[in-house]
Design a protein around this ligand. Structure first.
Ligand SMILES: NC(=O)C1=CN([C@@H]2O[C@H](COP(=O)(O)OP(=O)(O)OC[C@H]3O[C@@H](n4cnc5c(N)ncnc54)[C@H](O)[C@@H]3O)[C@@H](O)[C@H]2O)[C@@H](O)CC1
Ligand SMILES: Nc1ncnc2c1ncn2[C@@H]1O[C@H](COP(=O)(O)OP(=O)(O)O)[C@@H](O)[C@H]1O
Ligand SMILES: [K+]
Length: 528
């Protein structure tokens, strides 16, 4: 599903009217009606006598609110409109809807100064629902003065609140709230989700997100060639690797997972097992000789391979040739889990990457090794998926994790293009940026996954999907979705605090099966 900015949405609205002759007031009417339908669902269709407060701003978002007001009034709800503008300040479609509402006997309460706040505060005590139609995509910066006081008052009332298009106080393009912002129970956004609704903190202010069709022609939407997408179950379902009835191990690829070091054997074990769980046919974990026996004990389905090590037990440069040899019989390299930052290992990584003939997922300490010389990335290299968390990304580009977090999407897109790699920037709402400029935002996952080894599992899942023939960018996006969905399943069963990276492995099958079953993949094979 495309994600748009406020400007792109405004352009769609304008072209819908100018090119496709859809009157803007029809778009506003449709928007209002979709919100009313959503409210009816919220009240299990019992709207009569419900006390609904509708807070309207002076723009078209307020206009939507007035459409909602008049239809709820018509359906027998007890409606109060609090208007944060003078009626004469309203223009165009919003003004028209104000006048219709008033002609129907609808009541308007001015919210223009401190003296008006108390009446709204009292009304909030008895409200069954609050409709936030103060600001939409026209909002920039911080809510201040009276709007800020109204937003704060609404939040303090802790009533069920539906946000129209966007929670007021939130910037559509960044998902940031520089001032007070409505904490919505749910948000009904129009035509396409705005980026700010699906990245933090915007996603938390948004609550449950509904995307409502307001009659923007699909042909117009497709003609815009948007390149930012929200990952959806439908898209992920369509990307799942197929398993023919006559399938055999070789068909599903062989992953070579290189990593591990004294004290860090869990990371490579998690990554290697995750690759099998993701459906790879074969997985070999290549680790320093000294911990090889431990890997043998830790894993069963994973094959292992001892590599030359330094006296301290870390992968040495002598491991280069055996790895290259092994890779000749493999389809994908997963490099990094538990590698350590030993100087010899750093040299090994920097010599290995330019020699790769197979696609690779580069994570954790392999990224830290790359950070010592990113010229490898601007040079010639095979298909790479980099999976940094904000700290690793900061090291790669010589900035701070805080700076990375301020500009996640732009930074991920910039370096995906500059290095011609798939760049998966981890964190709440992981971003998957492709070298061609396409970018995906993953909505699954939760902070229970902020636990040691969780990224190693993601590395394995992505490598396992690539081994089955998925393009690196698709494997990274699907992998992030499945990884986060496994985390959500795990949270549902175990809670957030107790969640371990290993739990992700245990819940991954259920997530894949849900997608398969919905996709009918299993049914397609005539199996049970
Ligand atoms: N044809 C259209 O344009 C349609 C627009 N629609 C609605 O219209 C909304 C966009 O409406 P507008 O562009 O009129 O703007 P908004 O209604 O989002 O904002 C109202 C006004 O707030 C002011 N404002 C911006 N930042 C502020 C701040 N920090 N503090 C105080 N005031 C601030 C701006 O002057 C803006 O005109 C969408 O979110 C959607 O709800 C929908 O009805 C669909 C059709
Ligand atoms: N608050 C959060 N919400 C959603 N996902 C999260 C959150 N915190 C962490 N994650 C996910 O958990 C994983 C953490 O990976 P990483 O930081 O590499 O852990 P480790 O290095 O210990 O393996 C990433 O996939 C990240 O997206
Ligand atoms: K709003």
């Amino acid at each position: 599903m495309y994600l748009v900015t406020a400007a792109e949405m405004g352009q769609l609205d304008r072209l819908a009217s100018s090119e496709y002759l859809v009157p803007s007031i029809v778009l506003m009417e449709n928007a209002g009606l979709r919100v009313v339908e959503s409210i009816r669902r919220h009240f299990q269709d019992r709207v009569k006598n419900r006390r609904v407060l509708i807070f309207c701003g002076k723009g078209n978002n307020g206009g939507d609110g007035l459409v909602v007001a008049r239809h709820l009034l018509n359906q027998g709800a007890e409606v109060k409109v609090f208007l944060l503008a003078r009626p004469e300040d309203l223009r165009g479609d919003a003004r028209t809807n104000l006048e219709i509402y008033q002609k129907m006997g609808g009541r308007i309460f001015p919210l223009l100064g401190e003296s008006h706040l108390q009446r709204a505060d009292i009304a909030l005590l008895y409200a069954d629902l609050v409709v936030d139609a103060i600001f939409g995509t026209g909002f920039k910066g911080a809510a201040m003065g009276l709007p800020a006081a109204v937003i704060t008052m609404i939040n303090k009332a802790h009533r069920d609140t539906v946000a129209v298009d966007l929670p007021s106080g939130l910037e559509a393009d960044t998902g940031r709230a520089f001032g007070p912002c409505i904490q919505a129970t749910w948000t009904v956004t129009f035509a396409l989700p705005k980026l700010g609704l699906v990245v933090e903190p915007g996603a938390s202010y948004t609550g449950r997100l509904e995307v409502a069709d307001i009659g923007i022609p699909q042909k117009l939407i497709d003609s815009q060639r948007f390149n930012l997408h929200l990952l959806t179950p439908a898209w992920c379902r369509s990307c799942l690797p197929k398993r023919e009835a006559s399938g055999h191990k070789g068909l599903y690829g062989h992953v070579l997972a290189v990593g591990g070091s004294p004290g860090l054997t869990g990371a490579i074990a998690l990554a290697a097992t995750a690759a099998l769980r993701a459906g790879a046919g074969l997985v070999t974990a290549a680790v320093p000789r000294g911990v090889h026996g431990i890997l043998e004990m830790k894993t069963t389905e994973v094959m292992t391979c001892p590599l030359p090590e330094t006296p301290g037990g870390y992968l040495s440069r002598e491991a280069l040739d055996p790895i290259v040899e092994r890779l000749a019989a493999c389809d994908v390299l997963a490099l990094g889990p538990g590698l350590s930052r030993d100087p010899a290992t750093v040299e090994l990584v920097k010599e290995l990457l330019p020699r790769l003939k197979v696609p690779a997922v580069v994570d954790a300490d392999a990224l830290n090794a790359l950070a010592t010389d990113t010229s490898i990335l601007t040079g010639d290299h095979g298909p790479l998926v980099l999976t940094p968390h904000p700290g690793e990304m900061a090291r790669l580009v010589g900035t701070t994790a805080a700076r990375v977090q301020e500009d996640r999407l732009e930074i991920a897109r910039k370096y995906a293009r500059e290095w011609q790699v798939v760049l998966l920037l981890k964190g709440a709402r992981t971003i998957i940026a492709w070298p061609d400029g396409q970018a995906y935002i993953n909505p699954t996952g939760n902070s229970g996954m902020a636990t040691a080894g969780s990224g190693d599992v993601l590395t394995g899942i992505i490598a396992g999907l690539m081994a089955q023939g998925l393009e690196p960018g698709v494997a990274a996006a699907l992998g992030a979705f499945l990884h986060g969905a496994a985390g959500d399943e795990a949270r549902a069963s175990l809670g957030q605090h107790a969640l371990l990276a290993g739990d992700l492995l245990n819940f991954l099958p259920a997530v894949c099966r849900n997608l398969e079953v919905e996709a009918g993949v299993t049914a397609g094979l005539g199996r049970d």
